[in-house]
Ligand binder design. Structure first.
Ligand code: FAD
Ligand code: EPU
Length: 307
């Protein structure tokens, strides 16, 4: 059997609209490789690729992306391996909300600050997702990466984690992560979560990709956008949320071009240099590339996200 066919028998390869795999629900098609084991990830990453987690921090262009989109499947998504010791290796597709819930049930402290973040563990690490109550990096000990066809174990301290950023080696796929949580009680964990829940209450429920911009030092992007009077500003099906000005919501028919133009209008109107928090994939001319928003990709190296 030719090698490509043998692979397809293992990793599942499907052409899909990335809108269906992202929380903002915009984005065109790509060839999506769903991998259930390290060997599939190794093979899937032999050609140009991008890695998709929960798709909750992504703006994907309307034309999709030409590279393979590598996803980790159910084989990487289990949360039950987290036990009362609080020290566990978890697959990078483990859903963060499920991990937060399980930690609370087991009376383990450390994940309260990431309550309400709809990420997968790998995507949470890549973005060092968090709130002012805590980040995923606080509990992270080490990761296994697929890098240039080999599995490498890397301590968290070497991942360059900061405010909504990591410095993963280009082309690395996080396969697994070791978290170390602290024994506490379900009641205390639930109490600590209350403050995080309260801080999130003003955020919109409509489809979004979370905050669009990072907070500039000493200020909040949401406050600045609100003060500029931009709540409710619309381009096509994309709108600045009334509930929180740093959220762009999809009214149901938004395109990536709508969203990119809306972000551009906000940046111009606010008059303070705001850095986009989302990773952007495959944005074509009218969707921001001309302004350098899309890192695109070059040649044989796996493409870097713009972010
Ligand atoms: P994706 O969006 O799929 O990908 C994000 C980046 O991670 C991409 O560059 C991707 O290539 C990379 N990546 C994903 N998986 C892997 C992997 N296994 N190996 C290597 N790289 C990988 N964020 C916060 O920080 N705090 C919040 O409070 C918050 N609230 C949100 C609320 C809502 C309603 C929504 C929709 C989003 C929110 N976000 C928040 C944004 C988002 O959830 C985070 O950025 C999250 O970390 C993205 O994880 P993901 O798995 O969805 O990654
Ligand atoms: N504000 C306004 N108008 C708005 C929104 C906010 O005036 O429309 C003001 C608030 O009154 C407050 C300040 O701006 O004084 C900060 O607002 P908020 O407390 O809502 O926090 P944030 O800085 O906007 C951050 C994270 C969120 C995270 C929350 C909860 C960033 C960019 N955002 O929001 O993360 O959920 O704190 O801790 O760091 C994300 O990164 O995607 C995200 C949603």
């Amino acid at each position: 059997m030719p090698e490509a066919d043998a692979l397809r028998a293992d990793a599942t390869v499907t052409r899909l609209a990335l809108a269906s795999l992202t929380t903002l629900r915009v984005g065109g098609e790509a060839e999506v490789w769903t991998c259930e084991a390290d060997v599939h990830v190794r093979d899937a990453t032999r050609a140009d690729f991008r890695v998709l987690g929960g798709g909750s921090n992504l703006l994907v262009g309307d034309g999709g992306v030409p590279e393979r989109v590598v996803r980790l499947g159910r084989g990487y998504a289990g949360t039950r391996v987290l036990d009362a010791t609080g020290d566990a290796w978890l697959g990078a597709a483990a859903p963060l909300p499920g991990l937060v819930r399980r930690a609370r049930q087991l009376g383990l402290s450390g994940l309260e600050g990431v309550l309400g973040i709809p990420a997968q563990l790998g995507g949470a690490i890549a973005m060092n997702a968090g709130t002012r109550f805590g980040e995923i990096g606080d509990t992270l000990r080490e990761v296994d990466l697929m890098l240039d066809g080999r599995v490498e174990r890397v301590p968290a301290a070497d991942l360059g984690l900061g405010y909504r950023r990591s410095a993963l080696p280009p082309g690395a796929v996080i396969l697994r992560a070791r978290l170390r949580l602290t024994p506490s009680t379900p009641e205390r964990v639930a109490r600590a979560e209350e403050a995080v829940d309260a801080a999130r209450r003003g955020q919109p429920k409509a489809r979004s990709a979370g905050c669009a911009f990072k907070n500039p030092p000493g200020d909040a992007a949401g406050r600045l956008i609100d003060a500029a009077g931009l709540k409710g500003l619309r381009v096509g099906g994309a709108m600045i949320a009334h509930e929180h000005a740093n959220f762009v919501v999809n009214l149901g028919h938004a395109t990536a071009a709508d969203v990119a133009l809306l972000l551009e209008r906000v940046r111009t109107a606010v008059g303070v240099a705001l850095e986009v928090e989302w990773r952007r994939w495959g944005l074509a001319g009218g969707e921001g590339a001309a302004r350098g928003w899309d890192g695109g990709h070059a040649g044989a190296r796996p493409p870097m996200d713009a972010g």
